[in-house]
Design a binder for this molecule. Structure first.
Ligand code: NAD
Length: 483
């Protein structure tokens, strides 16, 4: 575990963006999780009156933005993509310092944001409806997709560039205006996206940004009657609350929540290659991804070989400052998250699990932790940890592996490693998850593919990303035109 000398960089002062104006405000300091004492950013702490202003500006800007020809909206998104690409180094460094992920991981995230902006810029050329034969003579029957209005977006700290982009870009492409409330922990990283949208020439009020506490600013946004829809990504507990508040006023709501993602390793798989996929899926991004591998399921035939490969590869990971070359895993994001990670490890050991690697920490640098002989019903096998902790569960056969993989409250990503096509197909068909990965990392998705969960991982009404995302941000109008 390494920590370099502090950088000579003054804190980034993050501001709200309302009606095209950047507004300062007293607020929170964010320290670099890898360098205690180094303040990366200060972000303002908004209140409900600020949310009211932002919603007013978003509503005022809506009619003109909705009537702007869609490909011209796309042109602005494309320009924002070019700007984010040009600023990628700064964005990645800010992200690494603020959240703790490695510079390579941060660069990948920014690159994903760029691709998302380009993808939805392209979608503005395809915002079509359908035509249908009418049973009434001389009647043209067709549908159009219309934007909803001013929409609210609430995002977590773990992908503070990519998630705001993958929600905002389809919203704007469809002709909605946006009020975004990102996580304060990673305020400066999201601010880079906002700057790119503004500098691309987005009209004032089309995109607004308000920082502050979830309970105050987040709830003010969700409960504002003028907000046509809410897209939320975060924990399942907060998602439930958002769902209740939105349901009271019958607002459209999209929730993408936690996960307990599993990788099954069948005995025909090479243990070394399988361990590589599991270790990268579990400890990449410090395990702080909704799609992180958090359980590996093995059978008696391969238990020993897989655990041995997992132990070796896990112990070999270099933990350190995300900005240092050679670091493979950055620090945990906060002391609160570290306490959660350590509590789960302690409980697992008390429940009879075996510690194969890690389990300890120095400051926020937690060593990647591997536990075996984990009971499928124990808390570590059922609940989302959101840290660098991987639990190995042993079952008797492939059928039980599928049953155990499905037997959690969550249903985001499930994977299997095997060359047996029939086993892979059966697993894929039987998996209770929004995404299935065969011989691929549980983490990472392509921008053109739908993404989302089932069960407690989502409210399962709309998918994000890809063309599918446009469904959430539009409604269908049916037109009968007699002539
Ligand atoms: P969180 O639920 O604590 O916070 C998410 C956002 O909601 C933050 O902006 C927060 O300020 C806001 N918020 C908090 N209370 C609120 C309230 N009462 N009303 C409105 N908004 C409120 O989540 P987090 O700790 O920032 O992120 C980690 C969680 O996000 C994990 O559970 C992870 O699995 C999940 N996540 C899911 C996905 C996905 O696509 N499924 C992607 C990334 C992260």
């Amino acid at each position: 575990m390494t920590t370099s000398a502090p950088l000579e960089v003054s804190p980034i002062e993050v501001r709200h963006l309302i009606g095209g104006r950047w507004l300062p405000g007293a607020g929170e300091e964010r320290q670099n999780p890898a360098r205690p004492g180094e303040v990366v950013s200060t972000s303002p702490d908004g209140d409900s009156s600020l949310v009211e202003d932002a919603v007013t500006r978003a509503c005022d800007a809506f009619p003109e933005w909705a009537q702007t020809p869609a490909p011209m909206r796309g042109e602005l998104l494309r320009r924002a993509a070019d700007l984010l690409e040009a600023r990628a180094d700064r964005a990645a460094r800010t992200l690494s310092r603020e959240e703790g992920k490695t510079l390579r991981e941060a660069g990948d995230e920014v690159g994903r944001g760029v691709r998302m902006l380009r993808f939805y810029a392209g979608e503005t050329w395809r915002l079509g409806g359908i035509t249908l034969p009418s049973m009434t003579p001389r009647t043209e029957l067709s549908t159009v997709r219309e934007p909803l209005g001013a929409v609210g977006i609430i995002t977590p700290w773990n992908f503070p560039v990519a998630i705001p982009v993958w929600k905002t870009a389809p919203a704007l492409a469809a002709g909605n205006t946006v009020v975004l409330k990102p996580a304060s922990l990673t305020a400066a990283s999201t601010a880079v996206v906002a700057e790119c949208l503004v500098d691309a020439g987005l009209p004032a009020g089309v995109f607004n940004l308000v920082y502050g506490s979830g309970a105050r600013v987040g709830e003010a946004l969700v409960t504002d009657e003028r907000i046509a829809a809410i897209s939320f990504t975060g924990s399942t507990a907060v998602g439930r609350r958002v769902n209740e508040l939105a349901a009271r006023r019958m607002a459209r709501v999209q929730l993408e929540l936690g996960g307990k993602n599993t990788m099954v390793v069948l005995p025909d798989a090479d243990p070394e290659q399988a361990a590589d996929l599991c270790v990268r899926g579990a400890f990449g991004l410090t395990g702080q991804a909704c799609t992180a591998t958090s359980r590996v399921i093995v059978l008696p035939e391969n238990e020993e070989a897989v655990i041995e490969a997992l132990r070796r590869q896990t112990s070999a990971l270099a933990v350190g400052d995300g900005l240092d070359e050679g670091t493979q895993m950055g620090p945990v994001v906060s002391h609160q998250q570290l306490a959660t990670d350590l509590r789960y490890v302690g409980e697992a050991l008390a429940d009879g699990a075996t510690l194969e690697a890690g389990g300890d920490h120095s400051d926020l640098f937690m060593r990647p932790t591997l536990l075996s002989r984990v009971g499928p019903q124990s808390a570590i096998a059922q609940e989302e940890v959101f840290g660098p902790v991987l639990a190995v569960v042993t079952v008797q056969d492939a059928a039980e592996a599928l049953a155990v993989a499905n037997n959690t409250p969550y249903g985001l990503v499930t994977g299997i490693i095997t060359n047996d096509l029939a086993a892979a197909m059966e697993f894929s068909r039987g998996a209770q998850a929004g995404v299935v990965k065969v011989n691929r990392l549980t983490t990472g998705t392509d921008v053109n593919a739908p993404f989302g969960g089932v069960k407690a991982s989502s409210n399962d009404l709309f998918r994000e990303q890809g063309v599918t995302a446009m469904e959430f941000y539009t409604r269908v109008k049916t037109v009968y035109l007699g002539y």
